[in-house]
Each structure stands twice: as C-alpha cells, then as structure tokens.
Design a protein around this ligand. Structure first.
Ligand code: EPU
Length: 344
C-alpha cells in the first residue's frame, strides 16, 4: 500500500490549511484495506477529497485516503445499476453517467468531493439527495476485516446525515456505492431557477443550469478556499417558526414532510449583518453567507473562531442554533462540536 510520512495536507483540503500528518496511507484494493488494523483506524481520520473537513489544530492525525477506482454498469429492462468505487471524483462520475444516458444525478453536478464521501453526509442540492438513487453501500469493516453491504434503509439517511457519520464513524470505509437509476427518467426541476427551463426538459439542460447556478453563487475553492455550506440549514418546530415568521415575514423557509420547518442558514447569517464580514484572514463570503472563506490564514482555528462568532450572532438575534456541516479535525482525530466551542 502506498504510504507517505510527514506529508502536507495543504492540497488535500479545500480550506487550504497547511497542516502536516505524520502518516497518510492510500489503500487502493480490498487487500490493502485489510492491512489496516482496527486500532490504527480508530486513531485515524478517513479523508475523501477534503472538501468538507477542517483541520483546526497544529497537526493532523494519521490519514486514510481510500483510493479504490472503477465503475461497472449493469442493465435490466427498467433500470441501470452502477457500482462505483469510493476514490472516483463525484462530478466526473455525474458527467460519466449523463454521457452514458444514465440520468438522475444531474441536479448534483459540480458538488466537490469523492464518491465514497457522498453517502456519508448524504450530499444534496437543487431538490435531490444522493440517497434518492442509492441501492446499497458496500463497506469494509476494520474489526471484522470483511465487506458488509448496507441497504438504503440501513444507511439511515437524513438531511446531511447517515449511519456512516454516526454509529459507524471511524470503524470502516465505504468501498463502493451501488446506484439504481430508473430508465424512465423524471426531471426534478422545482427549485427556483430550474422551474423555468424550456420544455421538453432534458437532463443535460438541468445539469447546465445547475452548473451555472453553482458557479454564480458558490466560490471556486481553488480561488477562494472554502468547503461549500459551512452550517446545516436548521430544522425547527412550528412553535419556534411561527413567531419568527411573524417578525420576519420575508424569511425563506421550506416545509418538511414531518411538519417541521427548514430555515435558510445563509439568510440568518446575512440578516445578522455578517455577509462579507472578515477577521484574522478568514471571512464570510460576499455572495453566499453560508460559505466561509479562508482568504489568507494558515490556521484552521481561525475558521473555527469565525464559525463560533457567527453562531453567537445568529443565536443572539434569532435564538436559533446553527450546527456545522463541516467536520472539525484535531491532532487525534475528529473533534465534537463541544471540543471546539461550537456547541452552544
Ligand atoms: N440566502 C440569503 N443570503 C445568503 C445566502 C442565502 O438570503 O447569503 C437565502 C437565499 O436567497 C434563499 C435561501 O437563503 O432564499 C437558500 O439559499 P440557497 O438556495 O442558495 O441554498 P442554501 O440553503 O444556502 C443549500 C445547500 C447547498 C445546495 C443549495 C441548493 C445546505 C447546508 N446547503 O444551500 O449545498 O447547493 O441548497 O440546493 O443544505 C453544501 O452542502 O455544501 C451546499 C452547497
């Protein structure tokens, strides 16, 4: 297995934090995965393309970077089934599917990151979540030293949530994501900006529009280092929502199937007067307040400090707690939000 020591992760995290790890290994086969013991895995952090991870202490733990590659397609009368290895780049995989005439993922174009990371936080955008198309996820368990399949239901997907982020965190690695796409394609174009596309609507037209929307709103990490949305959109009860909506009638909100209400964290941050705010070389993006930018800081802790400041401001104005979507990584592995002061 390829292993590097004293390795800089600067180009392997989209916040561009120049942190060093004592060791990084790149398992590229199941046999190489089996060389990693459960003990070693327990003190390591599994890194995809580093687009949702913030290194916030002076050094990084041992890193495991799953590097299995490959895509296999099988076909039945009604469906395509696609098995994709974890190391494939997400956007390239979306393009691959659309070019092969396999449709469904067009709304998720241009999301940064790897295929293996996609189910972990159940990536979602423009009305679709990756879980909508996942048949099952293949997982290598370090303690059992074998592969286990998790059905869609067993993955316990939720909004930016899954079992891989919770009970299975650090215990193994997603090796393959197994997708199922109906040949009878249904467009998802209810999102504002996709709902006025000319008919007949095509997957390619949705994808082009999604790319255009993302490029207009979201900064390119290579130019302005960032990790997309920094916080989750908060989900509140009707009792919390009603008085807020009364006070702020123009507030964007999205009714959820279970009767709860999702609020727009970007709006809450902007209304707290923080859009474009900067401190210590980091700041809140000028076009999308949900995105934090590392302009020129070499320390991830400055981004953590900014995120805590934002949480305090939003709490003071709206009495709403923002929860980070980005994962905070310390010297010994992932930190809980109480370790960083972002738990309020
Ligand atoms: N808004 C503001 N000010 C801002 C930002 C947003 O008022 O600075 C308002 C917008 O005008 C809109 C609402 O907030 O009314 C929602 O904004 P937007 O549609 O841009 O989406 P978002 O809720 O900020 C979510 C996802 C994105 C995804 C988009 C599109 C989360 C945490 N983020 O963002 O995902 O691309 O919807 O579906 O759910 C990511 O997770 O990294 C990500 C980019």
């Amino acid at each position: 297995m390829k292993i590097r020591t004293n390795f800089s992760l600067q180009t392997l995290n989209s916040f561009n934090v120049p942190v060093i790890t004592a060791e990084i290994c790149f398992p590229s086969t199941l046999q190489e995965l089996a060389e990693i013991t459960a003990e070693k895995a327990a003190s390591s952090y599994i890194l995809g393309e580093g687009t949702n991870s913030l290194f916030c202490q002076e050094s990084a733990p041992t890193i495991i970077k799953p590097s299995l590659m490959g895509i296999e397609i099988t076909e039945s009368d009604k469906n395509f089934k696609v098995k994709v290895a974890c190391g494939q780049n997400w956007h390239e995989f979306v393009l691959f599917c659309i070019n092969k005439g396999i449709f469904g993922l067009e709304n998720l174009a241009l999301i940064p990151g790897s295929v293996g990371a996609a189910p972990v936080q159940n990536i979602g955008a423009y009305g679709i979540e990756v879980s909508n198309f996942i048949d099952y996820v293949s997982w290598f368990d370090f303690a059992e030293q074998k592969q286990i399949n998790f059905s869609n239901e067993e993955c316990r997907f939720g909004y930016r949530e899954s079992i891989f982020k919770q009970a299975l965190n650090g215990k193994g690695i997603i090796t393959h994501v197994n997708f199922k796409f109906a040949k009878a394609w249904q467009p998802e174009n209810r999102y504002h900006g996709l709902n006025d596309l000319p008919t007949p609507i095509t997957p390619q037209a949705i994808m082009s529009k999604v790319i255009q929307l993302r490029q207009a709103k979201l900064p390119e990490p290579k130019e302005l280092p960032n990790a997309g949305s920094f916080f989750k959109n908060p989900i509140v009860t009707e009792a919390v929502f009603k008085p807020l909506h009364h006070q702020y009638p123009t507030m964007p909100y999205y009714l959820q199937e279970n009767g709860a209400i999702k609020l727009a964290a970007g709006w809450l941050i902007e209304q707290s007067g923080l859009k474009g705010y900067r401190q210590r070389g980091v700041g809140v993006h000028e076009n999308q307040a949900l995105v934090l930018i590392n302009y020129e800081s070499k320390q991830g802790e400055n981004i953590v400090a900014l995120s805590v400041y934002i949480q305090e401001k939003v709490m003071a104005k709206f009495n709403i707690k923002l929860v980070p979507e980005v994962r905070f990584i310390g010297v010994n592995g992932e930190l809980s939000s109480s370790d960083t002061g972002s738990e309020s």
